[in-house]
Design a protein around this ligand. Structure first.
Ligand code: AMP
Ligand code: ZN
Length: 116
């Protein structure tokens, strides 16, 4: 279920290269091209869901798999301790620029709060 012209669908299919860190039949993780922290990984479903606002009930397990992959990658990247941040921007005002749902995994520096 990919959408033609969607950047992250094209990365998931391998049509556009990315620095992939993990891949399963459902979920792909790759390094952000413009990292905002020493570790900045994007975790996406292969299925095209444009944003959290467009999630269906049936997508709950898929999004759970994205969280579990983030947990495992945090350990692999050695940021599980002292801590990491996961961010999902939903909609223009939140700063969403790519309309294929994605989870940012950030770590390796102290994070500020509240976010900008
Ligand atoms: P958001 O602003 O939450 O929609 O996040 C989109 C993210 O995708 C940004 O952090 C961008 O730096 C990142 N990004 C855009 N194009 C690419 C690409 N070709 N490969 C990897 N990351 C990208
Ligand atoms: Zn897509």
């Amino acid at each position: 279920m990919s959408e033609s012209g969607c950047l992250f669908c094209r990365i998931a299919s391998g049509e556009i290269p990315a620095q992939e860190v993990r891949s399963t039949p459902d979920v792909v993780a790759f390094r952000d091209i413009n990292p905002q922290a020493p570790t900045h990984i994007l975790i996406i479903p292969r299925k095209h869901i444009s944003s959290v606002s467009e999630m269906a009930e049936e997508d709950a397990e898929l999004v759970g798999k994205m969280f579990l992959m983030a947990r495992d990658l945090a350990v692999e990247e050695d940021i599980s301790e002292p801590g990491f941040r996961m961010v999902v921007n939903a909609g223009a005002d939140a700063g969403q620029t790519v309309f294929h749902i994605h989870l940012h995994l950030l770590g390796g520096r102290v994070m500020g709060w509240p976010p900008g």
